[in-house]
Write a protein that binds this ligand. Structure first.
Ligand code: ZN
Length: 377
């Protein structure tokens, strides 16, 4: 097991090794000294209002400080969740996102601004900068990249809880599978248009996400086609964050075993029981984890957008590629990525981890052929 026991004593739930190996951690010294000083001053001013909230109290606050979470996806949901968890004092927040801040994100994604879009910052980096200003006493571990069958288990090592900020079902099923393999609760959330839903899947206690949705048909609905309101994402993220707060502060019996769905525009909320584990579910009945047996797709369309991510073998030295692509494209770059605007109209965004975002097409075939032509991978 991963050390996630019902008593939740901090010493046992906090293995020293964790995703820190895979992610550069920030604020470690500050977080350590905050932990030491919190023993001397048990009710710091910063958290006084929530310490006075009876179900949390000093004991719950201390547990929060010793907790580690992973947030997958730092769009509207992930950034709202991260902001809440940073403010409540969760000791270590790791987060992963593969995308770059754009102007169209600012309507709903609270941790990015116009300057981040101008600087072409990855969302994880933009979020890390804001979160460090919100709470310098916690440890932040941003990762610009993907969650794949190859790295998912390493990312989850030592984590007490995983929160869903993704925009696609394949990644959600992967996270759910790994969470159930490792015995880690998974706080699911989804938001589109004015509709949202959330549920907490707890291994050994509830069904998994796979039981609930099986193999879903594509609906053709995405944030690109039908839009999404920032308020929908906020409410969904708050529903997720409060369940995380309960679990991490030791109020595990208060975690809801139901699924909530709502439509903010029509102001309708519905709460439904989660179904029991499905006897046909490979995860719940046979402890088989299909998402971990699959190879990650080499080219995926990002959430119904005019953008395809192509994964190449190996990594990119951005300096080398800036020179190589200069004859064919207008080059812009920063410490995190290289953007090459091609004469054909599309834009290639290269990341050091070997990913290429092809902007300007939603066709994986076209994206692959552009990557083959200019990068040869
Ligand atoms: Zn299941």
């Amino acid at each position: 097991m991963n050390g996630m026991n019902e008593s939740g004593s901090p010493g046992e739930t906090m293995p020293e090794s964790g995703p820190g190996a895979a992610m550069p951690a920030r604020g470690t010294d500050a977080a350590e000294s905050a932990r030491e000083s919190s023993e001397a001053a048990p009710e710091p001013e910063r958290y006084s209002r929530q310490v006075r909230f009876a179900p949390i109290g000093r004991a719950g606050q201390e547990k929060l400080g010793n907790s580690r979470v992973l947030i997958v996806g730092m769009g509207a949901l992930g950034s709202a969740i991260a902001q809440h968890l940073a403010r409540v004092g969760v000791g270590r927040i790791a987060f992963v996102d593969r995308d770059v801040v754009e102007l169209s994100n600012l309507q709903r994604q609270q941790l990015c601004d116009e300057e981040d879009a101008r600087q072409m910052l990855p969302k994880a980096e933009a979020a890390a900068r804001k979160l460090a200003r919100i709470n310098s006493e916690i440890e932040l571990a941003p990762l610009v990249g993907d969650v794949t069958p190859r790295n998912a288990e390493a990312l989850l090592a030592g984590v007490d809880l995983v929160l869903d900020g993704t925009d696609n079902i394949a990644t959600r099923l992967l996270i759910s599978d790994v969470c159930f393999k490792r015995g880690v609760p998974f706080v699911y959330g989804g938001a589109i248009a004015s509709r949202g839903m959330s549920a907490v899947f707890v291994p050994g206690r509830t069904c998994c996400l796979r039981c609930l949705i099986g193999r879903p048909e594509a609906t053709g609905e995405s944030c690109e086609t039908v839009g999404v309101l920032g308020m929908t994402a906020d409410v969904t993220a708050s529903l997720q964050a409060v369940e995380a707060l309960k679990w991490l502060s030791g109020n595990r019996d208060a975690v809801q075993g139901t699924m909530i769905t709502f439509d903010l525009w029509d102001r309708r909320f519905r709460e439904l029981p989660l179904p029991p584990p499905d006897p046909a579910c490979p995860v719940c009945s046979r402890r088989r984890f299909p998402a971990l047996e699959e190879d990650a797709e080499d080219a995926v369309v990002l959430c119904g957008r005019n953008m395809v991510q192509v994964r190449t073998e190996g990594t990119f030295d951005l300096d080398v590629w800036a020179e190589r692509l200069a004859p064919f494209a207008r080059i812009e770059r920063n410490a995190f990525l290289l953007r090459a605007s091609l004469a054909e109209g599309e834009t290639l965004v290269l990341f050091p981890d070997g990913r290429v975002l092809v902007r300007g097409t939603g066709d994986p075939g076209r994206a692959r052929s552009l990557v083959a032509r200019y990068i040869g991978a």
